[in-house]
Design a binder for this molecule. Structure first.
Ligand SMILES: Nc1ncnc2c1ncn2[C@@H]1O[C@H](COP(=O)(O)OP(=O)(O)OP(=O)(O)O)[C@@H](O)[C@H]1O
Ligand SMILES: [Mg+2]
Length: 234
């Protein structure tokens, strides 16, 4: 479904992604783990057209999308749920959800908002609340809900569990699994490698801009190298 072939991404002189190649197959949850500053968010920003690779190519559903506009990438069904729960703080919950569907012209937008409320009942209770006043966890739910409103074929999630209490982390991971079971392919960036490897089919480990390891998520979770560096040595 997605093939990233040998991309290099720079911020000025900083070489943030070095010859990175990643494949995501239809139906999978693929997780990208790595330490702070490894380049995980850079990779997602490149996929969604916010950054342009200097070399290499990105192919999504058989079409080369390298260098096309962020809006065209959204229209192809590649939807980015960015790091840090970027909701529009001055708008209500419902307005944020409507904005998620801005590229759509079909008549099912209202019905899809209803589905988001079914998945996140707390958002329904707060549908008219200003989004900036939601709790951190609620904002994360809204950020995911808004991404779902674009009807993603491939959903890019950047650290959805960041800063959430353990119970809510479990809930968010369960929801990601559910979204995947309903047919959305997921590329999940996480610091919480432990949880991410539990729900993912395959994984890539990014180290200072390079892919250091890749493989079946269960196998990687059992590897000494991953345990030592990313799973707190347990
Ligand atoms: N706009 C920018 N200008 C210059 N350097 C940047 C910029 N954005 C990111 N970087 C650098 O690129 C590298 C990769 O950053 P990135 O945000 O992709 O890391 P990350 O893996 O997502 O880290 P974290 O887990 O902390 O979110 C870092 O060294 C960072 O300082
Ligand atoms: Mg990041």
């Amino acid at each position: 479904m997605l093939k990233i072939n040998n991309i290099d991404v720079y911020y000025g002189a900083i070489h943030a992604l070095k010859d990175v190649s990643i494949t995501v197959n239809q139906g999978e949850i693929v997780t990208l783990i790595g330490s702070n500053g490894a380049g995980k968010s850079t990779l997602l920003k490149t996929l969604s057209g916010l950054l342009k690779p200097k070399n290499g190519e990105i192919v999504f559903l058989g079409k080369t999308i390298t260098g096309i506009s962020a809006q065209s990438i959204v229209s192809e069904g590649l939807i980015h749920c960015p790091e840090g729960r970027r909701v529009f703080a001055n708008m209500s919950v419902e307005e944020n959800l409507e904005l998620g569907a801005y590229i759509r012209k079909d008549k099912e937008i209202k019905a899809d908002i209803g589905k988001v409320y079914e998945r996140f009942p707390r958002l329904l209770e707060r549908r008219n609340q200003q989004s900036g006043t939601l709790s951190g966890g609620e904002q994360q739910m809204l950020a995911i809900g808004r991404a779902l409103m674009a009807r993603p074929k491939l959903l890019l999630l950047d650290e959805p569990s960041m800063g959430l209490a353990p119970l809510l982390v479990q809930e968010i991971f369960a929801i990601i699994e559910e979204i995947n079971c309903l047919g959305t392919t997921v590329l999940l960036v996480e610091q919480n490698a432990n949880q991410a490897l539990k729900i993912a089919h395959r994984a890539y480990v990014l180290e200072t801009g390079k892919i250091a390891l890749t493989g079946d998520a269960k196998e990687l979770a059992g590897s000494e190298e991953v345990k030592k560096s990313y799973l707190g040595g347990h």
